[in-house]
Design a binder for this molecule. Structure first.
Ligand SMILES: Nc1ncnc2c1ncn2[C@@H]1O[C@H](COP(=O)(O)OP(=O)(O)O)[C@@H](O)[C@H]1O
Ligand SMILES: [Mg+2]
Length: 265
């Protein structure tokens, strides 16, 4: 199953992607997380020490790899002639970080051409790698993205089985999420679920969501979790949080309701 975790910055995409990764990998599934944010911090959330994490070079920034695979040298005028179908099948193993037998991460970097300037060969390599992983049979792939499915565009977005759109319990944030869901639907992602995160006042959030999202959209509340906040303060990875804490319980409920074919412990 291929899952896109989308939403505006700061809503909790990385936190939720990492928690889902723990729940599913600890339930026996092979999980690969792909970080496509231009400010990649999934590695730290998954427990790579900051000193190590700053040394990770995202695929799109790895000039040597891009040159080796696409034949295009940065700064030399790439022209139109770089390999559009570069070899990518060994990238997850060679450039990935393994946290456990079932959990790995590849820091891809942003594939948003408008943000990257036109690093065309680098983006071509990253897109080819994403296509390879999104069409692979066995694994659960969780993509921690920046913004929404539009960054992936046609030819890639449609490989996602499910998008979790992370929102905050405010009118503005829900409005943005509705737009992201509509865009995802246009790009042929069929199952779109809004996760309204960091909920402190459940009654208020429920009333707001009933009014704005109602029955038209699939949505769930994810409560504010003091344990997440504390781990963040202390620079601890989410891995160390009790599996009985709110965020784990809430997300297990989401998985059981939205993807009942996945058996979670
Ligand atoms: N359910 C939650 N409870 C408490 N804090 C949360 C929760 N979800 C996210 N946060 C906090 O919100 C901030 C932004 O989360 P993050 O996952 O980095 O967002 P994004 O990846 O969307 O930018 C972080 O400080 C994170 O610890
Ligand atoms: Mg993030």
């Amino acid at each position: 199953m291929k899952v896109l975790v989308a939403g505006k910055g700061g809503t909790g995409k990385t936190t939720i992607a990492a928690t889902l990764a723990y729940i599913l990998s600890e339930s026996g599934y092979k999980v690969l997380v792909l970080d496509t944010d231009s400010i990649p911090n999934t590695a730290v959330t998954l427990g790579v020490p900051i000193e190590e994490a700053v040394k990770i070079i995202p695929l799109t920034m790895n000039e040597k790899l891009v040159e080796e695979r696409t034949g295009a040298k940065p700064g030399e005028g790439w022209g139109l002639f770089f390999a559009l179908n570069p070899k990518v099948d060994d990238i997850a193993v060679k450039y990935g970080i393994r946290f456990s037998e079932n959990l790995g991460l590849v820091v891809v970097g942003s594939i948003d051409a408008s943000k990257q300037g036109c690093l065309c060969p680098a983006i071509a390599l990253a897109r080819q790698f994403l296509r390879h992983m999104l069409t692979a049979k066995e694994e659960i792939v969780l993509v921690d993205s920046e913004a929404g499915a539009e960054v992936f565009g046609r030819g890639l977005a449609e490989y996602f089985d499910l998008m979790f759109c992370i929102s905050e319990p405010t009118l503005k944030s829900l409005d943005i999420s509705i737009k992201l869901v509509r865009m995802a639907e246009e790009l042929s992602i069929k199952q779109n679920v809004i996760l309204v995160n960091k909920v402190r006042d459940e009654d208020l959030a429920k009333r707001l969501c009933n009014k704005i999202l109602g029955e038209k959209y699939r949505w769930h509340l994810i409560h504010y979790d003091e344990n997440v906040e504390r781990a963040d303060y202390e620079g601890k990875p989410l891995r160390d949080i009790s599996r009985e804490s709110t965020i784990f319980k809430d997300l297990k409920t989401v998985i059981r309701s939205e993807t009942p074919w996945l058996r979670v412990r």
